[in-house]
Design a binder for this molecule. Structure first.
Ligand code: NI
Length: 226
């Protein structure tokens, strides 16, 4: 499931984040990659262990974890500390699949990446190109969202960032291990949850809505791994 999560950060928060990032010290993204990735990946990264990287990462992490749509769609067990990247002057990242297991440096635990998250820090008008292109079983999707919005997609998807031919594109990226590993099961739970919310708004509480809510929780109980 590919899902747009609006307003993870509000306008004032994202402006402040962007200004801090513009002034930060960036390093070559390929430096942290293997030889094979160097040609494929041309961007800049903020060192994950820098003071500013940690502080901004925490801000984004907190915002993600308080967003009800993200919680419902990703059912996160653990979200990795976000990383920041910057593309300009033709910078791009060719088709790839993200590493399946990543180390959480804070908790010193391994995290299975089920859901990938990209938070857009620049407005789409700030740059040309730079679309996140995600290929899944339903086709190819081009994503370029307002500043402060995020996209989530299954980490099993092949994806790329198109060359940024004008301006600067900064983003925060992270990954979640979900309580429900299977993307299709997560999608069904999300659709059921959203339908219950809409029914409740339309009809108020009723015995049928309580029954559907029980059904949701009992499915989650069947499928969740903790
Ligand atoms: Ni990736």
């Amino acid at each position: 499931m590919l899902l747009h999560i609006p307003e993870v950060l509000g306008a004032a928060e994202i402006d402040e984040l962007r200004q801090t990032l513009i002034a930060a010290e960036w390093s070559d993204g390929a430096a942290t990659s293997g030889a094979q990735a160097i040609k494929r990946k041309q961007n800049k990264q903020l060192a994950a262990n820098s003071a500013v990287g940690k502080q901004l990462g925490e801000l984004v992490s907190t915002a993600l974890q308080r967003h009800p749509l993200l919680i419902s769609a990703a059912l996160p067990k653990q979200i990795l500390p976000p990383l920041f990247n910057r593309y300009e002057g033709g910078g791009h990242y060719d088709n790839h699949v993200d590493n399946a297991i990543q180390r959480d440096p804070n908790r010193q635990t391994d995290v299975r990446t089920d859901v990938s998250i990209t938070l857009f820090i620049n407005a789409p008008e700030d740059y040309d190109g730079g679309e996140l292109v995600v290929e899944d079983m339903y086709g190819t999707h081009e994503v370029k969202l307002p500043a402060g919005d995020a996209i989530i997609y299954p980490s099993t998807s092949l994806h790329r960032v198109e060359p940024v031919t004008k301006g600067t594109r900064m983003a925060a990226v992270t990954w979640a291990q979900s309580m429900v590993r299977d993307d299709w099961q997560r999608s069904m739970l999300f659709n059921l949850d959203m339908t219950i919310v809409q029914l409740r708004q339309k009809l108020g509480d009723s015995a049928e809505i309580v029954a559907l809510t029980s059904h949701y929780h009992n499915l989650l109980r069947q499928w969740a791994e903790l």
